[in-house]
Design a protein around this ligand. Structure first.
Ligand code: ZN
Length: 120
């Protein structure tokens, strides 16, 4: 089996592994009351947030685009949410992002759909 790519520096990866080991359930991407997630930019159906465990081996900016509705696959979006998603994607380069990374569900540890917004 091929080793997964290492997106994080060793210290960040260790912190992430610790988080996973202590994970008590619940979705960290659903904005429930009292969430502490820092919102970088908010839209009607989406938000951009910092990745708490950034892909810092390669990127200096490591954010995530996340739908406010809990869903696993893009095709679960309704028409309005999909339209807004496409509008956001059009403006991502102007916000300074250089790459988008979407891990398929087999790679994801969090099933709430998200795309990584990255810049070197
Ligand atoms: Zn969720």
């Amino acid at each position: 089996m091929k080793k997964p790519r290492e997106y994080r520096v060793d210290e960040t990866e260790a912190n992430y592994k610790k988080y996973l080991a202590e994970y008590k359930g619940g979705c960290p991407f659903c904005l429930t009351d009292g969430h502490t997630r820092k919102i970088v930019k908010e839209y009607k159906n989406w938000y951009i947030t910092e990745n708490v465990y950034p892909y810092d081996r390669y990127y200096s900016i490591s954010h995530m685009l996340i739908p406010k509705k809990h869903l696993v696959f893009l095709w679960e979006l309704n028409e309005e949410e999909m339209k807004e998603f496409l509008e956001i994607k059009k403006e991502l380069a102007s916000l300074g992002y250089e790459e988008i990374l979407e891990n398929l569900p087999s790679m994801k540890t969090q099933l709430h759909f998200h795309q990584h917004l990255l810049a070197y």
